[in-house]
Design a protein around this ligand. Structure first.
Ligand SMILES: *Cc1c(COP(=O)(O)O)cnc(C)c1O
Length: 468
């Protein structure tokens, strides 16, 4: 399938139903078509129209602010949705892949992402991984001077070296979520630019290496304001200009601005986020868009989050110490961050009855009406903190009802957690036609019991008993 020219024909291909309506239709269809059952009480659902819309919105946003003919690569951060069919869909929508491990690289290759559209970032690349990246011709962003020294030994042997960059940390400070803030003074990522002597060291590193031709800054993430991200990009651009003038030539030919655009987890409303961010960058760093630099972006969450929904059955409902609790099949195995850092990663919880009709749905008038109850929504894991929502006012839930966690297309069901040997849930893409009919396609089968046993050393049952 040829890449679709995003942007221009965007309106013509806009889906007939809103994101929320498509989700409701998909939930109902999941029940009717038997996707959810006793053996598969939790699934991940992926809205293909939302993924395509987000990819088109990203491309259009940057096309609108770049000089004609500017080379631009939007590399999807694979860790946000490490699923081969997702990478393939995004490839066909004109995107590439940002990978940070041999596993992610293997996924991008399995999806057919061409090498010139892959960017390899990781703070811990082995020499072997670097050699392989050069052999494949994928762009590499080195993290630190020691990695550059390794590249010194590898690049001369390479016929046509791919673009190679250096990651810098502009040390702008944290956002609201410390664990995912990459541009703090003491962040583990990149060369800390404001440390004593660092800027000079970076400049020397470039001047000594004619093949070092990109600069990489990824300073955003959920909780980091766009203005701060733009500040990081501006710092990267200023450094590139400084190095190029010191080199007396355009040595740095590309700037990789990373990803990190936050997602609004409180609403379905379509965000103008890509367009607003591109416009902000255009105002703040106009030189980035004049066509002299290849532009690379690495968005993950902002591309995929809105496309995903975790859908789970309510198994039991109970009460403890006056608190109502719904025990569902969606817990830490599929919503790791929300369970372990609930204040940083709250999710909406949508409720449906056993037929898949929304409970208390003011928006459709259909569905079941139930009294509102303050309740905890718990998962299946055997630890007390396995809660995806605490003290939330929701329609009273009953066994057999369903709960949906929207906005979970990035870093949720695609990034499961193996606690309690719970299977990785199945993931199903869905498309909704004009009449509202929903078609599902398997993206990932649920993990089978045999696979769980195999991954748990099932082939080595005597390994320990045989040791003395
Ligand atoms: C995680 C990561 C991204 C993607 O971040 P999002 O917040 O998902 O957009 C991009 N680049 C690098 C280097 C990353 O580590």
């Amino acid at each position: 399938m040829p890449p679709s020219p995003a942007g221009r024909d965007h309106a013509a291909t806009a889906p007939a139903h809103s994101l929320g309506r498509r989700r409701d239709l998909a939930v109902q269809a999941a029940v009717r078509q038997g996707l959810l059952d006793q053996r598969q009480p939790v699934v991940g659902l992926l809205d293909v129209a939302a993924l395509r819309e987000r990819a088109a919105a990203l491309r259009a946003a940057f096309d609108d602010v770049t000089a004609p003919g500017t080379a631009t690569l939007h590399a999807f951060a694979v860790k946000a949705a490490s699923l081969v069919p997702v990478l393939r869909l995004l490839r066909d929508a004109g995107l590439g892949a940002e990978v940070a491990s041999p596993g992610e690289l293997a996924l991008a290759r399995a999806a057919g992402v061409p090498p010139e559209r892959v960017v390899f970032d990781s703070p811990a690349k082995t020499t072997e991984e670097l050699r392989e990246a050069l052999r494949l011709g994928i762009a590499v962003n080195a993290d630190n001077p020691q990695e550059l020294a390794r590249l010194d030994a590898l690049v001369p042997a390479c016929d046509r070296p791919p673009p190679i960059g250096l990651r810098v940390n502009p040390q702008l400070g944290a956002g609201t979520i410390g664990a995912v803030s990459t541009a703090t003074a003491t962040s583990k990522f990149g060369v800390a630019l404001r440390d004593a002597g660092a800027r000079e060291e970076v400049r020397r590193a470039f001047l000594a290496r004619p093949w070092l031709n990109r600069l990489h800054v990824h300073s955003g993430s959920q909780g980091v304001p766009a203005e701060l991200m733009a500040e990081g990009v501006a710092a990267g651009h200023a450094l590139a200009e400084e190095i190029n003038s010191a080199a007396g030539r355009r040595q740095i030919t590309g700037i990789d601005i990373g990803g990190g655009l936050p997602v609004d987890f409180t609403t379905d409303d379509p965000a103008e986020d890509f367009a607003a961010y591109a416009a902000l960058l255009r105002r703040r760093v106009p030189g980035l868009f004049d066509g002299r630099y290849t532009l690379v972006t690495e968005f993950g969450r902002a591309l995929a989050a809105k496309a995903g929904t975790v859908l789970a059955r309510v198994e039991y409902t109970k009460s403890a110490g006056g608190r109502a609790i719904a025990v569902t099949h969606a817990g830490a195995q599929t919503a790791v961050r929300t369970v372990f850092a609930p204040d940083a990663w709250p999710l909406r919880v949508l409720t449906y009855d056993a037929s898949g009709a929304p409970k208390n749905a003011a928006r459709t008038g259909a569905g079941t009406v139930a009294a509102s109850v303050v309740q905890d929504v718990a998962g299946p894991c055997c630890f007390a903190g396995d809660l995806v929502a605490t003290g939330r006012e929701l329609p009273a839930l009953a066994p057999g009802d369903l709960v949906a966690l929207p906005d979970t297309g990035a870093y949720y069901f695609s990034t499961p957690f193996g606690y309690n040997s719970l299977p990785r849930p199945g993931v199903y893409g869905f498309g909704v036609d004009r009449s509202g009919e929903v078609r599902f396609a398997t993206v990932r089968r649920p993990q089978s019991l045999a696979e769980i046993v195999a991954e748990a050393g099932g082939a080595h049952e005597e390994a320990l008993t045989a040791l003395r």
